[in-house]
Ligand binder design. Structure first.
Ligand SMILES: Nc1ncnc2c1ncn2[C@@H]1O[C@H](COP(=O)(O)OP(=O)(O)OP(=O)(O)O)[C@@H](O)[C@H]1O
Ligand SMILES: [Mg+2]
Length: 332
């Protein structure tokens, strides 16, 4: 739905992350509403583990907002590079994630799309990764009926493996919906793969609807964190954790039983702050079709960008793909 760019704010020179609605969605009322809702949700959140928003507006016809520019990498890149994470590291990430959710839930906001690309691991000088939750594009207030992300033809789109059963059943969503997704993330960090590895969408849906038993097994379930995952992933909402604080507490208690294991040097290297841009490096001016913007960005918003004209072009949201390919968008 969105595109994220590295940009520079002209009035104060600050580097920011700029998120715009994808060009092909600017006339889509539902997408615009969701984008605006994302802005209003993040504006209310203050947790150090939720990405901070600076500014929002409309440039011509394209809505945008700017956020703090994070230095690090999304969880899926860390998992892609390292496979399973050391259990203590997975716990630290999950505890921080739950801190962000605790605040959101207290304000009546649920995220609904907690997936590895939406959990950003910032490099930090004194800790191994500082977590920031991103992408409140699907966030909603409690008690609104959840919209299923299945097409009429039954094809799952987006992030089916993480979705809670009540999202598929159009049931009433609540904090337990997000905590179910956190259970999946914790399993994935410990196992190095998703719980539903090797299963097709129909099997996943059947499991989530309680029609197919999928025993949750594997190494993560045998250790002290198995009971946490087990409770978070209950099909019935009333059997799960009721709130993020409860899950944090149980996780912290179980984590004390974990053996000390060294963090692999490759992960330490990824977690160390790095210098990414040369000081004073110029950025290419953003030239929208309608009027002069208040921002410079080092990528443009054309729906199908041509091959790169500069090495500096950088789309943060698509960093694993060659920069000249059209951005991937996922229907939601
Ligand atoms: N503030 C930021 N600083 C650095 N990188 C960011 C920032 N926000 C997002 N990104 C990068 O961009 C990617 C996509 O961001 P985000 O999840 O907000 O957009 P999206 O998935 O395209 O949104 P939507 O789900 O609304 O379509 C993230 O996985 C991350 O790599
Ligand atoms: Mg996202």
């Amino acid at each position: 739905m969105g595109l994220v760019y590295k940009a520079r704010q002209l009035d104060n020179g600050r580097e920011v992350a700029l998120k715009t609605l994808h060009m092909h969605l600017v006339d889509d009322d539902e997408a615009r509403q969701r984008f605006e809702r994302e802005i209003s949700m993040i504006q209310r959140l203050q947790s150090p583990h939720t990405v901070a928003i600076f500014d929002a507006g409309i440039d011509g016809t394209v809505p945008y907002f700017t956020m703090e520019l994070l230095d690090g990498l999304p969880l899926q890149r860390v998992l892609g590079g390292s496979g399973a994470l050391p259990a203590r590291m997975a716990v630290q990430i999950t505890l921080q994630l739950l801190q962000s959710l605790d605040e959101a839930h207290t304000l009546g906001i649920m995220h609904r799309d907690l997936t590895p690309p939406n959990v950003f691991l910032c490099r930090h000088s004194t800790q191994i990764f500082h977590v920031k939750v991103l992408d409140f594009g699907l966030a909603k207030h409690f008690n609104q009926k959840g919209r299923s992300r299945l097409t009429g033809g039954g094809v799952a789109l987006g992030t089916l493996p993480y979705m809670a059963p009540e999202q598929l059943k159009r049931g009433t969503l609540g904090p337990t919906t997000d905590l179910y997704m956190v259970g999946h993330l914790l399993f994935e960090m410990l196992a190095g793969h998703n719980l539903y590895r090797g299963m097709d969408n129909a099997q996943i849906v059947h499991h989530k609807l309680g029609k197919l038993r999928v025993p949750i097994h594997g190494e993560p379930m045998q250790g002290p964190l198995g009971s946490v995952i087990h409770k978070a992933l209950q099909i019935e909402q009333e059997h799960r954790y009721h709130n993020a604080a409860q899950m944090r507490q149980h996780l912290a208690v179980q984590a004390r039983l974990l053996p000390e294991t060294p963090i692999p040097p490759s992960l330490l290297e990824q977690a160390r702050p790095q210098h990414t841009a040369a000081p004073g490096e110029p950025t290419r001016a953003f030239a929208p079709p309608t009027r002069q913007p208040s921002l410079e960005v080092d990528a443009d918003t054309r729906p199908h960008p041509k091959p790169p004209v500069t090495e500096r072009r950088r789309n943060l949201g698509q960093s694993t793909r060659p920069p000249w390919e059209p951005p991937i968008t996922m229907e939601q």
